[in-house]
Design a protein around this ligand. Structure first.
Ligand SMILES: Nc1ncnc2c1ncn2[C@@H]1O[C@H](COP(=O)(O)OP(=O)(O)O)[C@@H](O)[C@H]1O
Ligand SMILES: [Mg+2]
Length: 408
């Protein structure tokens, strides 16, 4: 096992119980409590970010009970060993919990010795199981491709960057079932959180202020989860906080996110400041948003020239024509001149759907999935996923059919 500590997540709705269990584990060198959750739903979302080896799960909890959570966690993260904790006399529940995929159970309150021995046993069995299946010993760190960075950019404001970025993130999450994170780099006036009806307590500014200790866990702690499953790193809560953030910071944050997410969608503002350049540098794909009116076209043309001089190749840059209808009087050729930029997608103007969605804080791909603008974005999301993960469909989950869950 080497010197790796067993990462434990404690799940119980009673804070005192969590504290007591946590205290019992404090003295063990090989065990580390990585987090605490107050209900099943929290347990699932924390497990995704913290990747524990073992989850200590209470049964009766508000919001989502421990049996439902065990069932869901077992499906999604079979490498996590779940130990059910229940009070004397809940035999029927216990049976259900074991059926749902729990590996062991403890009667509350467990003695320190029992608790530690059970955690070690569950962890060892899991290690052996992985070994026997030829899987890497550490479930959380299976080899995976680094995430793809997709930046939504424009040299013009108000062309629809943010609504596009938000809807692209949500649709990509739905289409790919992969891990998607959305980064708001409109550092002064970012509105991604608002478009998703999220009320962030922490932002990228707080993350950057702790830069010396930046690691995966710290970044995760600053993300906020949307009900679609997309995680968001919000823009600073006040415009003046933007000043402390540099291109270096953005580079570091994106690098960490790439280890943990399949798609990193970046919303930007209309500027070539160093934070935006850092994102463009890191991008696998740059979506240049434009509308087809003469002032915007003039502006975008200049923007594309600058990007060419900064050596962003036309292979990485794709155009998105927003609010496009046939009778614009201007063509794409007017825009791109001799450089062969491809148009990835055309989005119709749909005031009612778009503005309704903005006002309600629900992305239109969720509120009006059948509308033409949503369909266009879903199609693009599918193309993106086909490009980066051809023929794979959904991400490969560790194959552990329920009937081979041996070793109890
Ligand atoms: N396809 C569209 N149909 C209707 N309205 C749109 C469309 N795209 C953008 N808008 C309008 O433009 C406004 C600006 O969009 P936004 O995403 O905030 O732009 P940016 O982020 O580029 O500044 C939105 O509030 C919305 O009212
Ligand atoms: Mg914007």
């Amino acid at each position: 096992m080497g010197s790796k500590k067993i990462r434990v997540l404690i799940v119980d709705d009673v804070a005192e119980t969590r504290e007591n269990v946590s205290k019992l584990l404090l003295l063990e060198d090989d065990i580390q409590v990585v987090g605490e959750a107050g209900n099943g739903e929290e347990a699932i979302s924390l497990s995704r970010s913290l990747q524990p080896d073992v989850v200590l799960m209470d049964i009766n909890m508000p919001v989502m009970d421990g049996i439902t959570a065990t069932e869901k966690l077992t499906m999604e993260m079979p490498q996590v060993g779940i130990i059910i904790m229940s009070v004397q006399g809940e035999q029927e529940y216990l049976r259900k919990a074991m059926m749902a995929g729990a590996r062991e159970y403890l009667i509350k309150p467990p003695s320190g010795d029992d608790l530690v021995a059970t955690i070690r046993r569950v962890y060892e069995v899991e290690c052996k199981r992985r070994l026997s299946q030829g899987l890497p010993p550490d479930g959380a760190k299976t080899v995976r491709e680094p995430g793809r960075v997709i930046t939504v950019f424009s040299t013009k404001g108000g062309v629809g960057k943010s609504i596009f970025a938000v809807n692209l993130a949500v649709s990509l999450q739905q289409v790919s079932k992969r891990r998607v994170v959305l980064l708001d780099l409109d550092l002064q006036f970012g509105d991604v959180a608002m478009l998703l009806d999220l009320l962030p307590k922490r932002s990228i500014a707080d993350l950057v202020s702790e830069m010396e200790h930046m690691d995966k866990d710290l970044v995760e702690a600053h993300l906020i989860e949307h009900d679609s499953g997309v995680r968001v790193l919000p823009a600073p809560l006040r415009p003046e906080y933007a000043e402390i953030i540099t291109g270096r910071h953005i580079e570091a944050i994106i690098n960490i996110l790439k280890d943990n997410y399949d798609y990193i969608i970046v919303d930007t503002c209309q500027s070539f400041q160093d934070t935006i350049l850092a994102a463009l540098d890191a991008s696998d794909l740059i979506y240049m948003l434009t509308t087809l009116d003469v002032p915007t076209i003039k502006n975008i043309k200049l923007g594309l020239d600058v990007m060419a001089s900064l050596h962003y190749g036309s292979d990485r840059i794709k155009l998105i024509l927003n609010r496009s209808t046939a009778e614009m009087g201007v063509s794409v050729r007017d825009l791109t001149g001799s450089v062969p930029y491809t148009v990835a997608c055309q989005l119709p103007s749909e005031g009612k759907v778009v503005v309704g969605s903005i006002n309600r804080g629900i992305p239109f791909v969720q509120s009006d999935p059948k509308s033409p603008i949503s369909q266009a974005i879903f199609e693009l999301a599918q193309q993106i996923n086909n490009q980066f993960h051809p023929g794979k469909g959904e991400p490969a989950k560790q194959k552990t059919p329920w009937f081979s869950r041996s070793g109890r």
